[in-house]
Design a protein around this ligand. Structure first.
Ligand SMILES: Nc1nc2c(ncn2[C@@H]2O[C@H](COP(=O)(O)OP(=O)(O)O)[C@@H](O)[C@H]2O)c(=O)[nH]1
Ligand SMILES: [Mg+2]
Length: 322
C-alpha cells in the first residue's frame, strides 16, 4: 500500500486557477466564494481574497496563479514548479473575448500541464471559457458569425493539449461574471470532484425537482449557509435566477430567526415558510448524524401545504443519503 494515500486523513485539497493575466480568475473566485458563503452577511461583499474555505469539513485552498508574463515564466521555469505541487484540480480560465491571445493562452495551458507531468501529478482539469457575455454572446447567438464553431474548436484544442499530456479534460464550461449562478454551477462540478458527498446531494435535489412539478427551485445549504447544491426549473417568463438570489438571501433570515427563536419553536415538520420580497420560500431542517442541513424550496405551482405533506418522505430520504 502506498503511504502517500493515508486513510482517514483529509488533507486540504488544492485548487489552482491558471490563465493569462486579465482572463478573469480573481473575478471567478470572488463570485464562487460569495455565492457559497456570503448569503450569510447582509453587508455587501468586500472584495474577497479568501482562498481558504471549508466545505463539509473538507478544507479547500484556492490558489490563483498570476498570469502576467514575468510570472508565467517564473511558474514554468525550473524552480517555479512548487506552485503546481499538490494540485488536485487545475482550472484553466481563458478570456473568450481576447481572440488575439487564444494561441498564447493555449500555449500557457500546455506549459502548465508540462509542469504537472514533470511533477508526476494528474490534477483534474477544467476549462472555463470565460467572459461569455456582451458582444461575444451576441455573436455566439448569431449563426452567421460562426462564433459557435470557433468556440467549439477552441474547446477541442484544449482537450487535445490535455491528451498530449496524458490527461483528460473533465469539463469545459462557458462562464461569465454576468451570470453568477451559472458560474457557480460550473464550479459545482469542481466541488464534486474534491468533496464527493456533494455529488449525491446534487443528484438527489435534481431528482427532487424533476419529480415534483411544484418545486421551482431547490437549494441545499449547510449550517453556515454555504450552498452545497442547487437545482432550478427553467420556466418561460419567470426570472428564476433572480428568485434563486432571493432564496439564497433567505438564509440570512433563517439564521436571524434561529438566533431569536428557540429550536423547538420550529414546527413539528421542522420547517418554516419565510417571506422574502414577495416570494415565499420554504426552509426545512435536515438532520443527518451530527450535522444539520437546510433544504430551501421555492414552489412555482400548488401550495406549500401540499409540498409539506410530501416533505416528510423527501427529507427522510435526504437524511439517509447525506
Ligand atoms: N465582460 C466580462 N469581463 C470580465 C469578466 N470577468 C472578469 N472581467 C473583467 O476582466 C478584468 C480582469 O479580471 P480579473 O478577475 O482581475 O482577471 P485575472 O487577472 O485573471 O485575475 C476585470 O476588468 C474584470 O472586471 C466576465 O465574465 N465578463
Ligand atoms: Mg487576478
Amino acid at each position: 500500500m502506498s503511504g502517500s494515500e493515508q486513510k482517514g486523513e483529509s488533507r486540504p485539497k488544492k485548487l489552482l486557477l491558471v490563465g493569462l493575466d486579465n482572463a478573469g480568475k480573481s473575478s471567478i473566485v470572488n463570485i464562487v466564494v460569495k455565492k457559497m458563503t456570503d448569503a450569510l452577511t447582509t453587508v455587501p461583499t468586500k472584495s474577497v481574497d479568501r482562498s481558504d474555505i471549508v466545505i463539509l469539513g473538507q478544507q479547500v485552498l484556492i490558489h490563483d496563479l498570476g498570469g502576467q508574463q514575468k510570472y508565467r515564466r517564473k511558474y514554468i521555469e525550473k524552480g517555479g514548479l512548487q506552485f503546481f505541487e499538490g494540485t488536485d484540480v487545475l482550472i484553466y480560465v481563458v478570456d473568450l473575448q481576447d481572440r488575439d491571445r487564444y494561441d498564447l493562452a493555449l500555449d500557457y495551458f500546455g506549459k502548465a500541464l508540462a509542469s504537472a507531468n514533470q511533477l508526476k501529478i494528474s490534477p483534474k482539469l477544467y476549462v472555463f471559457l470565460h467572459k461569455f457575455d456582451g458582444p461575444y454572446l451576441e455573436d455566439y447567438k448569431d449563426v452567421k458569425t460562426r462564433t459557435q464553431l470557433e468556440c467549439d474548436a477552441l474547446k477541442e484544442k484544449f482537450a487535445d493539449i490535455a491528451k498530449e499530456h496524458g490527461l483528460e479534460l473533465e469539463d469545459a464550461s462557458r462562464t461569465s461574471v454576468k451570470d453568477e449562478w451559472g458560474t457557480f454551477a460550473a464550479f459545482s462540478k469542481v466541488w464534486m470532484s474534491v468533496v464527493p458527498r456533494i455529488e449525491s446531494m446534487q443528484r438527489y435535489i435534481d431528482k427532487l425537482v424533476a419529480e415534483n412539478e411544484m418545486i421551482g427551485i431547490a437549494l441545499l445549504l449547510d449550517q453556515k449557509g454555504t450552498v452545497l447544491a442547487k437545482t432550478l426549473r427553467q420556466l418561460p417568463g419567470e426570472d428564476m435566477e433572480a428568485i434563486v438570489n432571493v432564496a439564497a438571501r433567505s438564509v440570512i433570515l433563517l439564521l436571524d430567526w434561529q438566533h431569536t427563536i428557540e429550536h423547538n419553536k420550529m414546527d413539528e415538520h421542522q420547517s418554516a415558510i419565510v417571506e422574502v420580497e414577495d416570494h415565499s420560500i420554504m426552509i426545512r431542517r435536515v438532520e443527518s448524524g451530527e450535522e444539520t442541513f437546510y433544504l430551501l424550496l421555492y414552489a412555482v405551482a400548488g401550495s406549500y401545504q401540499q409540498l409539506q405533506e410530501r416533505l416528510g418522505r423527501i427529507t427522510f430520504t435526504l437524511e439517509t443519503i447525506i
